[in-house]
Ligand binder design. Structure first.
Ligand SMILES: CC(C)(COP(=O)(O)OP(=O)(O)OC[C@H]1O[C@@H](n2cnc3c(N)ncnc32)[C@H](O)[C@@H]1OP(=O)(O)O)[C@@H](O)C(=O)NCCC(=O)NCCS
Length: 235
């Protein structure tokens, strides 16, 4: 990471960045051609005011990156969502540092909560693995209706609903403080096999699309996968 980038917990003085952040979230999603739960500048600003967000900036005030915390199911679950890095600062380790900072903040503020995320991106899966997250089926995530309502603005929402909310294009990953294992093992397994996982992810997504297009119904599975391989074969 560029040494002059400051990664810190956001506050009320950062709300002027909210519009830039939501604009970048939207244009990045368009460029990737993937779905995203849209967030308004007001929502992002509120997260900053509540101290439930992490921002990366340069000393001159240039915005570099962002991520925020959402709390679900009466604090049983915490999601670290909306990770975004400004295109010119990508691939230098900024996202890694933002995710580490928001993970620490989540653990401090909600030590009992399970931390989870939904993503279509290999970079985020890598970072999550390093932090000790495991891939899980959607049945292990919160059943809070409000969380799932956030997916309504995603282009893949019809696919999610056609699978009874049991599966979709995103991979679910979860850190459970009560069932915590040594992250090194999964992290190394992930690194060694990341090309393979990328392929599995594409296969999973194309299968889901085929099934959706044929309007067939399916079962996303309820059991907790034993390994990353198991997960990718469990759709
Ligand atoms: C995804 C995103 C946040 C990554 O930010 P970044 O600052 O470039 O990521 P980092 O430099 O910290 O890289 C973290 C790891 O992911 C890898 N990585 C980064 N971009 C990658 C990509 N496009 N494909 C595969 N791996 C990638 C890095 O090599 C690094 O792995 P390593 O630890 O093995 O070296 C950034 O590309 C982005 O903002 N994308 C658009 C929004 C988005 O997709 N958000 C995620 C929504 S869930």
């Amino acid at each position: 990471m560029e040494s002059n980038i400051i990664v810190r917990v956001a506050n009320g003085g950062d709300t002027h960045y909210a519009q830039t952040i939501t604009d970048e979230m939207e244009s990045s999603a368009k460029a990737r051609g993937t779905g995203i739960a849209k967030r308004s500048p007001e929502y992002v600003a509120k997260k900053m005011e509540e101290g439930k967000a992490v921002i990366a900036v340069l000393p001159d005030g240039t915005w570099v990156g962002f991520c925020y915390i959402e709390v679900w199911g009466h604090e049983e679950f915490v999601a670290n969502s909306g990770l975004i890095v400004s295109p010119e600062y990508r691939k230098t380790g900024v996202a890694k540092q933002i995710k580490q900072t928001i993970f620490n903040l989540s653990r401090e503020r909600y030590p009992e909560a399970k931390i989870f995320g939904l993503t279509t991106g290999l970079a985020v899966m890598k970072i999550n693995s390093d932090l000790g997250y495991e891939p899980v089926t959607y049945s292990e995530l919160t059943d809070d209706e409000e969380f799932w309502a956030g997916c309504k603005s995603c282009v893949n929402y019809d696919i999610l609903m056609s699978k009874d909310r049991k599966n979709c294009m995103c991979t679910a990953m979860l850190y459970d403080p009560k069932d915590h294992y040594e992250p090194k093992e999964t992290s190394e397994e992930f690194k060694q096999n990341s090309k393979l996982y990328e392929r599995f992810m594409k296969i999973k997504q194309s299968k889901l699309l085929t099934i959706f297009r044929k309007k067939e119904s399916g079962n996303g599975g309820a059991a907790k996968p034993k390994s990353l391989f198991h997960y990718f074969f469990s759709f």
